[in-house]
Write a protein that binds this ligand. Structure first.
Ligand SMILES: [Zn+2]
Length: 401
């Protein structure tokens, strides 16, 4: 049987590929199909795009966490959250307490069926949110509400190995090396497709930025690791097909916005109560709001539209964007311009600063794009200037057809 291996290289930018830094991957270009630029979808739900072929703006899977009070794993934990929140407030001068509280919550919540890591989401807001594309195990039939690669595999009696993949609802499965080793250990199994999540470039890119020495070093190491893996896999299964996908790039952060400060002032000026009048969510690149009545909506929208910093550093959702928002995503969204970071956000501690980011509305800055190489002895040669991330679906579908 023919075997495909998909390396989902999170945040492997189109700018990273070069003869000097990534000699192995650079060489692979000449052995198959190469797409110079992968145009990412808006937001952070790359996996649903890849596995269903539907863009994020069409599917509604825009952000990893969405508004869904009925599905939130915290919906019945009011008392526990109140106690934790109380302890957190009293010991706010001791960061270790906050860390321990969140650790306890995280430990508890991962024992539930549809977990959501609490990250740095304010305790009183947790009950409104659940995961979106990762609410269900994406490998389950119809998990994403559309035909997926996993559904197709079931229909065609093909097996997909995915223990070496990723999901926000899954427990940590180790490092890139661990996941590659898992595939080698399972290589005798009758799998048509192996999914491997490669996290290195995302992790390093966020911390040090895309143009850093650390990123160059990580690239060289990853290139070498991949070469060794392919070498070993080929010895077991000659003439396999390998898909190396950078799902998006990494943009250098060159500006920040403290949305929290804006919100605090707004609540004071408009006499708003969080949780009674409205709620919000802070992604690294999006400020999302939900309004609990029309009057509040008008007041908040008008107030925020007068804030010059918001106008300078991003845009609010509007009719020109050619896609509609659903309630899960937000009643409205402010999108940061490429390179602007919402800091702090709900995923990082207040003193954390990322030097690289992705998930922007526009791909107008260098580094926004991902890349794609499909290589192997049986792959026909070809080059595309650019393709959308969701177009890769058809290539992956081939692996289970
Ligand atoms: Zn990332």
């Amino acid at each position: 049987m023919s075997r495909h291996v998909l390396f989902l290289a999170d945040a492997f930018s189109s700018n990273y590929l070069s003869k000097d830094k990534t000699p192995f991957l650079y060489d692979c270009i000449g052995k198959g199909v190469y797409t110079e630029k992968i145009i990412p979808g808006v937001g952070f739900c790359e996996r649903s795009e890849i596995f269903t072929g539907i863009s994020s703006t069409k599917s509604g899977y825009l952000t990893a966490i969405g508004f869904s009070p009925k599905k939130s794993p915290y919906r019945n934990m009011g008392m526990m959250l109140k106690v934790i929140s109380f302890v957190d407030t009293i010991f706010s001068f001791l960061p270790i307490v906050r860390k321990v509280m969140r650790r306890i919550l995280s430990y508890y919540i991962y024992r539930t069926e549809h977990p959501l890591n609490p990250y740095q989401i304010p305790f009183k807001l947790l009950k409104y949110f659940s995961l979106t594309e990762d609410y269900e195990d994406i490998t389950k039939f119809n998990a994403l509400g559309a035909n997926s690669v996993f559904d197709e595999a079931v229909r065609n009696s093909k097996r997909i190995y995915h223990d070496s993949f990723t999901g926000l609802n899954k427990k940590n499965n180790g490092s890139d090396e661990d996941r590659l080793q898992m595939v080698l250990d399972e290589s005798s199994g009758e799998y048509s497709l192996y999914l491997i999540y490669i996290s290195t470039m995302d992790t390093i890119g966020h911390i040090y930025g895309p143009d850093s020495l650390e990123t160059d070093e990580a690239l060289a190491a990853l290139d070498n690791t991949l070469m060794n893996f392919v070498d070993r896999f080929e010895k077991i299964h000659p003439d396999s097909t390998y898909i190396f996908l950078g799902d998006h790039g990494m943009v250098k952060v060159d500006n920040h916005i403290d949305i929290n400060a804006i919100i605090k002032k707004m609540e004071y000026d408009l006499q708003l109560k969080l949780g009674l009048d409205y709620i919000y969510f802070l992604d690294s690149t999006m400020f999302r709001l939900w309004f609990f009545n029309d009057n509040v909506e008008v007041k908040i929208k008008s107030y925020l539209s007068d804030i010059s910093e918001l106008a300078e550093k991003g845009i609010f959702h509007n009719n020109e964007l050619e896609f509609n928002l659903n309630k899960d995503t937000g009643d409205t969204i402010w999108y940061a311009n490429s390179g602007v970071l919402i800091n702090p956000d709900f995923f990082h501690l207040p003193n954390h600063v990322s030097l690289g980011m992705h998930g922007y509305l526009d791909c107008d800055k260098s580094g926004s794009y991902g890349m794609y190489i499909k290589f192997g002895n049986t792959v026909t040669l070809g080059t595309h200037k650019e393709r959308h991330l969701h177009d890769i679906y058809h290539d992956i579908l081939d692996a289970v057809s």
